[in-house]
Design a binder for this molecule. Structure first.
Ligand code: EPU
Length: 417
């Protein structure tokens, strides 16, 4: 298993380019199931999760090819309606094939995801929504088996906003008979990107980006020719990397609007951030001031940035309260940060982070994707050497993070095993 080794204490300086958004690319790739032909998707990041998803689509009978930032998916033939456990267990987002497979093939069999490192993460809301649309769903031997000759438009109210749940139902509704109304839908930019991609295929969707989405089903959809939005979480991670090292970094090819909650909060800590077009210019403070955050659905502060922001707060002036409202077990990084000298106490969903003078490098373990990113930014600021084990987690969601950081002057290297 590869490790990442960081010699901390060097300010980041220079320019970095943001890759396409993983969590937008995955549902857009799933949307190709709804067409029959050659789908072209641009600005797709080169990540492990993307190749895993491509392999799943290939398992379903589609052609999959990725060259640099371009993905080509041939969707003329779907020869299997099953997403096996082996895929779903390595990547929960595999569940995104459920809605489009059911709409295209009239049947889908998808392994039920198990628990994961950040929480139980059930998919009951996906299932309830599809049932409302007329699907007959059974759960057998760990699989969700859904059948519907043609799905029917329906009114679906989500008990809580769910990103992939909204995406699954939007894809299913795109080819359903009649109008589907999704209420309390997720408003994330990735949901809007999927709606834009589906619209470019000929779907009739209004309201994406608000919590009420209306979809009028059509009888068929054209293949994709679509460019994915920049990754707002990668953007946020580099913003924090610059802030925590007192650096001076230009972040290119990003969408500052999508990162507004992160930018505003970082400004409150004393970080200087200006934006011009698709570029952000960030200058870190000598010492950040402590600020509280509460993770919320978009446009609130994203749960996917909670760990990285906590890394910054470990070195802040004062005490910060960090409340995790989306997932029940997303503080796995706390114990690792403590090994680096951080002063953090957790009570239920709240972490109390008392800023310390300095972090000291230590061997630490990555437990999930964003936790590993937080340990990388902590390592950049720490005194001495930090060795992060199990970096396959970070490879799921950050394209060549160590190479991008090296260009910014970080003393970082990947140790192959
Ligand atoms: N939930 C339910 N029932 C459901 C669906 C969700 O109770 O049927 C709960 C979840 O347990 C959670 C909350 O609703 O407490 C929100 O979960 P959501 O469904 O929105 O999360 P997701 O769609 O599984 C996506 C991202 C995550 C990101 C969350 C929240 C993708 C592929 N994944 O997950 O990204 O944290 O939204 O914004 O889009 C990551 O990239 O590191 C990552 C974990």
């Amino acid at each position: 298993m590869d490790k990442i080794e960081i010699e901390g204490g060097k300010s980041l300086a220079g320019e970095v380019s943001i890759s396409g958004a993983k969590n937008a690319a995955l549902p857009v790739m799933a949307a190709s199931i709804l067409s029959s032909g050659e789908n072209l998707i641009y600005n797709v990041p080169r990540l492990r999760d993307i190749s895993t998803f491509g392999k799943l689509l290939a398992y379903l009978g589609m052609g999959y090819h990725q060259e640099n930032g371009e993905v080509i998916l041939q969707s003329a033939n779907i020869s299997s309606i099953e997403a096996p456990y082996d895929f779903v267990k390595t990547m929960r987002a595999s569940v995104l094939v459920l809605g489009p497979l059911l709409a295209r093939a009239g049947e889908a069999k998808v392994s039920l995801p198990g628990g994961c490192a950040i929480g139980a993460r059930p998919i009951n809301l996906h299932i309830i929504g599809l049932e409302k649309m007329g699907a007959k769903i059974t759960l057998t031997e760990g699989y969700i088996h859904a059948k519907a000759k043609r799905l029917k438009g329906a009114a679906v109210y989500f008990d809580m906003p769910t990103v992939t749940g909204t995406e699954n139902l939007m894809m299913a509704a795109a080819l359903a008979d009649g109008e589907t109304l999704l209420e309390n839908a997720a408003c994330e930019p990735e949901v809007v990107d999927l709606a834009d991609a589906l619209t470019s295929m000929g779907a009739n969707i209004r309201g994406a980006g608000t919590n009420i989405i209306r979809i009028n089903g059509v009888s068929n959809l054209r293949p994709l020719n679509y460019r994915i939005i920049p990754d707002r979480i990668e953007t946020g991670t580099f913003l924090v990397g610059a802030a925590i090292t007192g650096g001076d970094v230009k972040i290119n090819n990003c969408n500052p609007e999508h990162a507004e909650a992160i930018i505003n909060k970082l400004k409150e800590t004393g970080t200087n951030i200006t934006s011009e077009g698709d570029t952000l210019h960030v200058k870190g403070p000598d010492k950040p001031t402590a600020e509280d955050i509460k993770t919320m659905p978009y446009p609130g502060f994203p749960t996917d940035m909670q760990a990285q922001f906590m890394a910054l707060m470990t070195l802040a002036q004062g005490t910060s309260l960090i409340t995790e409202n989306i997932f029940e077990n997303r503080f796995m990084h706390v114990a690792e940060m403590r090994r680096m000298g951080a002063d953090i106490k957790v009570e239920g969903s709240i972490a109390k982070v008392k800023g310390v003078e300095l972090l000291k490098g230590a061997p630490v373990m990555a437990t999930d994707l964003r936790a590993s990113a937080s340990l990388v930014v902590a390592g950049l600021a720490a005194q001495g050497t930090t060795i992060i084990d199990r970096v396959y987690h970070i490879d799921r969601g950050y394209q060549r993070i160590e190479e991008k950081l090296k260009v910014l002057g970080a003393r970082i290297r990947r140790v192959k095993e």
